[in-house]
Design a protein around this ligand. Structure first.
Ligand SMILES: Cc1cc2nc3c(=O)[nH]c(=O)nc-3n(C[C@H](O)[C@H](O)[C@H](O)COP(=O)(O)OP(=O)(O)OC[C@H]3O[C@@H](n4cnc5c(N)ncnc54)[C@H](O)[C@@H]3O)c2cc1C
Length: 428
């Protein structure tokens, strides 16, 4: 089979479609923008509490990163724990780490309560060290995480790696058994169904172009007409647009790309990933990979930094195939069947952020750690809109913009950032 430029996950699920003929409501309690994990999780929580809520989606349900990702439901955040403590102090970092663990329970709870068939499994994750000094740092991290967050990770010395991974290029690893794997397209489809069952409405092909405030609340101008809402919640992640200009200036959209191979023989799959871990390496220019539930190797990375285009997706297929073979020479003759890309959202401090900006509620900035955290933030922000005062350590932390304000939403510096990351991987 020739490589198909399409998202493999979407071949495993029937995405539900909203009724295209249904007119927009004139008035809502809450308008949610974006139908990924963030927006749908918020809509589900709000609807269960009797709120008149609708999700407005520019494309189709789950169209953004939520259906396109690696399906790794990960503990921790993108930044390392020592960096986090230096930025926020011990107490706030402890709360953040606890939230990252709670976010995985949150996904598991929703999957169970809503009976979502999405192959959720607590298979754990494995981080692998590309250099000796990266591996040395794992020991320090394990010690800090045990002491400060009462959470146990396990170091895997190089000699023991074959029990975790069938690759010989790494200097050792670190395992967290709490992380999980999921089929993200099945999960986001199920989350959408759950939100609708709870009473939320979803409108596809409804792009919000402008949001204005007056004494009676919010007026939203969309590609399908206008509507009013008492509150607005934005969960547009890497696809954040000029509809929310202040938020757009704080978010850098970064491309990430994935290939999947043909179905592997059972013995080969077992050799590559004996414990079926979610795996990623220690580089800045990261590779992440896992087996799919039907035993394909799914291999992702930042093959290009720009958000996906047909051209960048095509080029990524070969770049990622070479990356995969460098990790697993056993896959040299294995066919790659699918390639696709999606857009991640990075804040300038590489942290998740949630709260209110110019009166509009938002949750963004997951930096590739969004499957669990976006679900969690959607729920927490819905509770905040309801006036519950939920625990959410990501609300109220400084949310920096670009240095000297040199960014208007067009990420002109991405090629430089890509080169910089490659340089860092070379020297550090
Ligand atoms: C290739 C890839 C691999 C990844 N792998 C992982 C992983 O393995 N583990 C992990 O934890 N995270 C991963 N992530 C990150 C994770 O997928 C995201 O953090 C998460 O899905 C974000 O969810 P969201 O709901 O906030 O945004 P999205 O799912 O991106 O949804 C945003 C939606 O908003 C809509 N929208 C935007 N503007 C408007 C507007 N003006 N009007 C109406 N609608 C609008 C978009 O159409 C889009 O559907 C990956 C991401 C990518 C791209």
């Amino acid at each position: 089979m020739a490589i198909q430029e399409k998202n493999y996950w979407l071949t495993t699920v029937e995405m539900s479609r909203a009724d295209a003929a249904k007119p927009l409501p004139a008035q809502l309690d809450v308008a949610v923008i974006g139908s990924g994990f963030t927006g749908l999780s918020a809509a589900r929580t709000l609807a269960k509490r009797g709120v008149n809520v609708a999700v407005l989606e520019a494309e189709s349900i789950g169209w953004g990163a939520s259906s396109r990702n690696g399906g790794m439901v990960l503990t921790g955040m993108k930044l390392g724990v020592n960096k986090l403590i230096s930025m926020y102090g011990r107490e706030r970092t402890q709360r953040m780490y606890a939230a990252s663990l709670e976010s995985i329970d949150c996904v598991e709870r929703i999957v169970r309560e809503e009976n979502i068939p999405c192959e959720f499994a607590r298979c754990g994750h494995l981080e692998v060290a590309c250099k000796q000094n990266h591996f040395d740092d794992y020991a320090r991290q394990v010690e800090v995480i045990a002491r400060e967050f009462n959470h146990q990770l396990r170091i895997v010395p190089r000699n023991d790696l074959p029990s975790e991974i069938g690759s010989y290029i790494y200097y050792g690893g670190m395992v967290d058994e709490i992380s999980a794997g999921v089929n993200p397209a099945q999960y986001v489809a199920g989350l959408g169904r759950a939100a609708v069952q709870a009473g939320a409405q979803i409108f596809e092909n409804t792009r919000v172009n402008q949001i204005a405030h007056d004494s009676a609340g919010w007026n939203l101008t969309t590609s399908r007409g206008t509507l009013r809402a008492k509150e607005v919640f934005v969960g547009t992640s890497g696809y954040t647009s000029k509809a929310t200009p202040a938020l757009q200036k704080k978010i850098i959209p970064i491309g990430s790309y994935i290939i999947t191979t043909e179905v592997l023989p059972e013995t080969l799959a077992q050799e590559l990933s004996p414990r079926n871990r979610m795996i990623y390496d220690s580089k800045n220019y990261i590779y992440y990979y896992r087996l799919t539930p039907d035993r394909r190797m799914l291999f992702g990375g930042r093959a290009a930094f720009f958000p996906e285009t047909e051209n960048s997706i095509r080029k990524s297929a070969e770049i990622l195939r070479q990356g995969m073979v460098s990790v697993y020479p056993q896959l040299r003759d294995t066919k790659v069947e699918y390639v696709w890309g999606g857009t991640l959202d990075f804040a300038f401090d590489i942290m998740p952020h949630a709260g209110q900006m110019d009166g509009i509620y938002y949750a963004v900035g997951y930096a590739g750690h969004g499957v669990a955290m976006a679900t969690y933030q959607g729920q927490k922000m819905a509770e905040m809109i309801l006036g519950d005062k939920p625990e959410n350590p990501f609300v109220g932390i400084p949310f920096p913009g670009a240095p000297l304000g040199m960014y208007n939403g067009n990420p002109w510096f991405l090629p430089l950032a890509g080169a910089w990351y490659k340089f860092l991987d070379w020297v550090s």
